[in-house]
Structure formats: structure tokens, C-alpha cells
Design a protein around this ligand. Sequence first.
Ligand code: CTP
Ligand code: MG
Length: 181
Amino acid sequence: MAVIEIVVLAIWIMLPAYIPNNVAVIVGGGPPIDGGRTYKGTRLLGDGKTWRGTLGGILAGIIVAVVLTELAPTMSDLVGFDVPTFSVVAMLSLPTGALLGDIAASFIKRRLDRERGSAVPGLDQYDLVVGSLGLTAIVAWGWLSGVMTWWIFLAILILTPILHVSTNVIAYLLRLKDVPW
Ligand code: CTP
Ligand code: MG
């Protein structure tokens, strides 16, 4: 497989997992998931994990997966190799897993006494990869093993931090986020 092909497939497969985080930043706010509850004096998750951001983000990720599945034949013609469609379970598990990973990361950050919005390099970038691909491996292994290769996985590990940092800087410049991470 050519490098460009690997990169296109990595982004294509991960788009339903990437989009939820960005949409959560835009639509987030309102009641926090932890309802303000604390554990040993520290918030369970914090005000950065809200119902609106989570549900809105997951919905957006599902819509993206449906649209990409519709576009797959056209895109395959355009690029000259086959881009995959998403199974119904993968349409749900990629966005849901991405935000579950993000929520788990906030839980870990609070236990480490890191304030809401603080940067924890590695955790911030890979939470969504572990969550989305982990959940998908559990509930849609047939689909995942049919589309994933080690090269695509490696590309995802390299591209995700780059895309994460650049979209967060853009969100910060657009004043959607208070900090550029
Ligand atoms: N957001 C949300 N619900 C989520 C994830 C994100 O509402 N499940 C929104 C919140 O407004 C949050 C913003 O998106 O402040 C940025 O997300 P993120 O960087 O994940 O949260 P932080 O505020 O940095 O909090 P944490 O330290 O817990 O990661
Ligand atoms: Mg953050």
C-alpha cells in the first residue's frame, strides 16, 4: 500500500471518532455528567464533560459515519482504491468509544489532581484512539479486522496527536476553547 493510501484510510476510518470531540467543544455546556459529584474532595469528571457535549458529539459522529458510507463508492472512484463503508455497529461504537475514552481520561486526570482543562500529554491525544478502537474491537471485530492493517494503525498513532493539536489550536484561535490543548 502506498503511504498516501494508508493516510487516507487512517483518516477515513477515524473520522467518526475524531469528529465527536470537536463537536463536543462546540455544543458542550449545561449539566455535567458527574452532576457535580466528588470523590475524596475532587470532582469525579469535572465541568468539561457534559451531557450535551457527549450526546451531541456522538450524534455528529454517527451522522459522519452514515455520510461516509454513502460517499464510499464515489470516494473510491475518486482516489483509485477502495475506502471502506461502516457497519451499523461501527457507526455507533467509533463515536461512542471516542467520547467514553475522553471521559475516562478526565476521570484519570481528576484522580491525578489535574484541573479541568489541564494538559496531560499522551492521555489527551490517545484517549479517543483507545476508546474508539477498543470498543469497536469488542463489539464490531468482524468489521474492524476487515478494514484495519498494522500500517493503518501505525498511521493512526502518528496522525492522531498531530490532528488533535492542530484542531485544538484552531478551536483556541476561534475562541471555542480557553486553552490551546
Ligand atoms: N465537552 C463536553 N462534553 C464532553 C467532552 C467535551 O461538553 N464529553 C466540551 C466541554 O465544554 C469541554 C470542551 O468540550 O470544556 C473541551 O473538551 P476537553 O478538552 O475534553 O475537556 P476539558 O475542559 O479540557 O476538561 P478535562 O480536563 O476534563 O479534559
Ligand atoms: Mg482538555
